[in-house]
Design a protein around this ligand. Sequence first.
Ligand SMILES: [Zn+2]
Length: 209
Amino acid sequence: MSLSADAARLAVGMLVGMILPRFPLLFFTRFLNMERELSPHPDPIRVDIPLIQRMLLMRRVHMMCWLIATLPLALGIFVLRNSPEPFALGLVAGVSWFAISRIVPLDIHQGLGVIPLSMVKSINNLREPETECCKNPELQWEVRYVRCKECRRILLDLPRPDLGRIRSDGRMMGSLRILLMDGRSIYPSSKESAVFEGSELLRKVAEEE
Ligand SMILES: [Zn+2]
């Protein structure tokens, strides 16, 4: 068999290995029409019990991705034990890439996973804050922050991950975005942004002088 055919099979295998585990993320909540108590995408979501429930559900969907990942991995390893098939090698490589992208945290302080339990806890804590920002606080999770609708104060600097709502950018574009970002927000939290790091560095230098 020619080298180019082998390379093509390897590439297709890798693609399948990377996309297949993320299937639950693409379809599970969206096709079951589980919107009910959440505002439609991309509107801000009220910080309330339905949001916490949805975050916990999305954690389960992310766990489901791991389960699905074992299928192409097992198939790839099984085939590779019998014959050096490029497609199978691609499958194993694709699933390994999925695993690495999930295990290595983007933000070490945040915890593991796309929706770590620490994130659910910090949002849940905002439901009953110790000090209120204004007279009629109405907290909602916007794309980049949790902010009060009344006084516009930012209460938590945390970009919103994909929460499984039917996307406003259409099924194709929405699916592509989720595949590329793995359900994470496209915005970095300011703690890990280059601007924040730069300003922190300047502050330290100023303190030392
Ligand atoms: Zn307020």
